[in-house]
Design a protein. Structure first.
Length: 397
């Protein structure tokens, strides 16, 4: 027998949990399906901006105290550093701190809110296929579920995305705009593969041969030791493993060849133009909703998951077409303009760095550090640093 729900959400990361929390909070029957079981590993720097903290309160009803108690919040720093070839370009302090969470605990907390509001969490169940016209979802092993709407939030390697068909999902374009990301968490010490110093201030490394072209590197505080990562567009045909080794050497890690490197694709400028089709909507990494300059994805996963849920609330009353229209309206008022402007900014910066060295980027980060920090946190837009407030849809506080 095919079990029926109002909504099936594929993937219980931040995007799926947000969608599940909003929909279950409105009394709908929701299946939140994940191939893994929380807490599950997730390669991520775990940096949360102020807008993410706001989204956690609005979408999940979670405070910073909740995050500290159960959500893996382990560090805060208002300070930040920009570096070029490991030399400081700018050190600053933002009005709001940057916060760091351990993703397994964080994601488990968010999914737990959806469950507490009534969503049914089906863990260890991988979605294998989805039919956008009927809302039928097939799980590995042959089990089938059906729903009035399906939200695909199954991450960058989404299976559900295929159901958009060639009009919604151009595989070649998707691959062209994808970034490769590598991140490792290292113990502090002087031995092989160890990081030479403790890290309490997040660092962004730009330019030079030790980070990818059309990308950057980072050193973040981590829960067990510093996290070192790189990401860059894959189309630039770079050897990311070799770059990561150079980066680790530049940072003073002895014998980095022995460090086990872990990678994951990062949508980096490939937000889908048409992320809804029939009864299906894509949110989070599955829809490519990652900010194209800094690669921030947690906030946009929560935001697009919540937007998709708001659109579904309308869609259940007014039909599939109204649902797709409302989803696009919310995206067009929030995520899309930010991505257009951050994309412009990144190409200016990448071009300047490649052709003119570190000078222009030094000038850029020093021009208005407080306003730029606000831009990252969400109080100002990527569009010419205008002040801005985020807009939320139905069902979000
Ligand atoms: C190295 C790296 C560092 C990053 N650092 C940061 C950072 O510091 N700050 C930030 O904001 N963003 C960061 N990001 C981006 C961020 O991790 C993502 O944008 C975010 O996790 C997206 O959330 P999501 O819910 O869309 O997808 P995910 O978090 O990937 O969740 C998808 C879920 O779907 C499940 N799933 C997958 N396939 C299936 C299937 N077939 N069936 C059922 N379930 C399935 C998975 O198990 C998973 O639970 C980083 C990304 C990378 C790769």
């Amino acid at each position: 027998m095919v079990k029926r729900y109002d909504v099936i959400v594929a993937g219980a990361g931040p995007a799926g949990a947000a969608a599940g929390a909003v929909l279950a909070g409105r009394g709908l029957s929701v299946a939140l399906v994940d191939r893994a079981t929380h807490p599950r590993p997730k390669l991520c720097g775990g940096l949360l901006t102020a807008k993410s903290v706001d989204a956690l309160a609005r979408v999940f009803g979670l405070s910073l105290a909740d995050l500290a108690a159960r959500g893996g919040l382990f560090h805060e720093s208002p300070q930040y550093l920009f570096l070029h070839q490991n030399r400081e370009l700018l050190g600053g302090a933002a009005a709001e701190p940057f916060r760091f969470v351990d993703r397994p605990a964080f994601d488990a907390l968010l999914a737990g809110v959806a469950v507490a509001r009534g969503a049914e969490l089906l863990c260890g169940r991988a979605v294998e296929a989805c039919d956008a016209a009927s809302g039928l979802v097939r799980l590995r092993g042959g089990e089938e579920l059906s729903a009035s709407f399906v939200i695909g939030a199954d991450g960058a390697n989404s299976v559900v995305r295929r159901a958009l068909g060639p009009e919604g999902y151009d595989r070649a374009a998707w691959r062209r705009d994808l970034a490769a990301a590598i991140e490792v968490e290292l113990p502090v010490g002087g031995g092989p593969g160890q990081f030479p110093r403790a890290v309490s201030v997040p660092e962004l490394h730009v330019g030079g041969a030790s980070v990818p072209r059309a990308g950057y590197g980072w050193v973040f505080p981590g829960p067990r030791g510093p996290k070192v990562g790189i990401c860059g567009l894959r189309r630039s045909d770079q050897d990311f493993g070799a770059i990561m080794l150079r980066f680790l050497r530049l940072l003073g890690v002895p014998e980095p060849e022995g460090v086990a490197l872990h990678g994951h694709p990062l949508p980096y400028g490939n937000a889908l133009a048409r992320p809804a089709r029939g009864r299906l909507l894509l949110a989070g990494d599955a829809g490519g909703f990652v900010e194209p300059l800094f690669g921030e994805g947690i906030f946009y996963a929560m935001a697009t998951g919540a937007h998709a849920a708001s659109a579904v609330l309308g869609g259940l009353r007014s039909g599939e077409e109204a649902c797709a229209v409302e989803y696009e309206r919310l995206l067009a008022r929030t995520v899309r303009p930010e991505f257009v402007w951050s994309n412009r900014l990144r190409w200016c910066l990448f071009w300047a760095m490649r052709h003119m060295g570190a000078g222009p980027i030094r000038g850029f980060v020093k021009s208005a550090p407080a306003a730029l920090a606000e831009m990252v946190h969400g109080g100002r837009s990527f569009r010419l640093l205008r002040r801005k407030a985020w807009e939320w849809g139905e069902g979000v506080g």
